[in-house]
Ligand binder design. Sequence first.
Ligand SMILES: C[S@@+](CC[C@H](N)C(=O)[O-])C[C@H]1O[C@@H](n2cnc3c(N)ncnc32)[C@H](O)[C@@H]1O
Length: 253
Amino acid sequence: MTLYGIGLGPGEADLISVRGKEVLETVDVVYSPGRLSRAVATEHVPEERIGDLDFPMTRDEEKLRSAWKEAAAEIAPKAREGDAAFVTLGDPNVYSTFGHLRRTLDAFHSDVDVEVVPGISAMTAFATALDVEIEAGAGLSLREADGGAAPTGPDRLILFKVTDAPETARKLDEAGYDVRFGRRLFMDAGETVITEDPAEIDERDYYTLAYAERRDLDTSSATDEFEVETTMDESETTTDERGGEAATDGGQQ
Ligand SMILES: C[S@@+](CC[C@H](N)C(=O)[O-])C[C@H]1O[C@@H](n2cnc3c(N)ncnc32)[C@H](O)[C@@H]1O
């Protein structure tokens, strides 16, 4: 049988994929790495089908390795006897606990079949939430900006784990970037904040990202021509109005 890695999307329950929801409804047990992913999962499956796992909030690699080994040892028999799911917010293959779990299963329980159902990642959801268009041909880099870090270089950056927004904003501004922040985007839990002012989100919240774009970026596109046409149309209409003759109805009002 199978362990399904299921992407829940950014946090609103109805942003899971149809396939993800169907799998959740049919597996025997659903594991989640944290409180928020558990809250989304319980919108789709009853509490009694949610399994227990403990992932410590630590950077100590020894402790993390032992937590992943324990998680893999709990999940492996369930995925041999029947079907199990491990849910993550966003996509299971983007900066996710699922990656650690899958590698641990590969190492110690390699007979377990694993299948992934993708989810809407914050990496793409930010574009809609912040009303940013990443045009065809434009480059976009994903980086981490923990503890006030501010990676620079690429024209456009999406930064995860923004825990000190004022410091990250200050450094990016100095490096010549315009920055916008998004907190708890498309999430049911907590308040969604979208802002250019880092002072509005100076309290640490793990579910915060930033989009940075070089100030001197050439953003011209083929459709810019439409603005010229619209401006010309508008000035013609104004002239017609002044002359009392509308171009559209041949002046027969
Ligand atoms: C460990 S990564 C997990 C990414 C997730 N697997 C995905 O595909 O979206 C966590 C980081 O993603 C960003 N993030 C995830 N969901 C978010 C949301 N709904 N709103 C804002 N940022 C989010 C935050 O920067 C957070 O620190």
